[in-house]
Design a protein around this ligand. Sequence first.
Ligand code: APR
Length: 243
Amino acid sequence: MHQGVKQDEPIVILTGAGISKESGLSTFRDADGIWATVNVEDVATPEAFAANPVRVHDFYNQRREALQREAVQPNAAHEALARLERDWPGGVLLVTQNIDDLHERAGSRNVIHMHGELLKARCGFCDHVQGWRRDLGTDTACPACGRAGRMRPHVVWFGEMPFMMEAIAEALYTCGLFISIGTSGNVYPAAGFVATVREAGEARTIEANLEPSEGASHFHEALYGPASKTVPELVERLLATVA
Ligand code: APR
């Protein structure tokens, strides 16, 4: 099953919105996804924020409030990945496209949010970033520089550069196993990670998704079904190989 994945080799995991679906958060491109009711260009681009900041703040204020509802909790997939990080000798890096905090709440520590974090805000004047759980508005003043009017969600919009790309590339070149979970493989650069791993060498690649992603053909192996079922099974099989 995992020929070639030695326990001293690092694992890189990429997650997308599908891993948080069973926690009650919407995906983007499913039939009931976010982009089925809101246009990307109206709420998730720098141009949209410049043209209509109130609409953009409303979009992210609603998602920030929804994320903090009692009913939204990490699911068995998030918890299994935290267990893998704790018990895999070779080390685990979790790169997520998600802006929710469910991986951290499940116990994952070595996490890169390449698309930013919904529970953080950034000042457009001084670049100060800090945790933020309440609404943001055009009148919100920056706690660091005091200026109001350009506080924004610390998230990556379309047309902006994802975060930590060098660290991610380094990890992709040196991992022994790459696992992609709950992502449709529609958005680059994340959608290109599996091809980078394949070009870099002999690492194994596994996709765990509800259905084949756009990049399905690049993976050595695929587990189709809900993440809360497939991910714990995959983690248990990996940890069973640890001496
Ligand atoms: N378990 C596993 N996979 C699931 C589940 C589930 N319970 N439910 C849905 N999925 C799968 C869907 O089949 C789909 O392939 O999760 C994937 C979600 O794909 P998208 O909605 O496109 O989300 P994602 O791939 O994370 O989007 C990437 O696009 O809009 C931008 O910045 C946004 O980070 C996001 C990026």
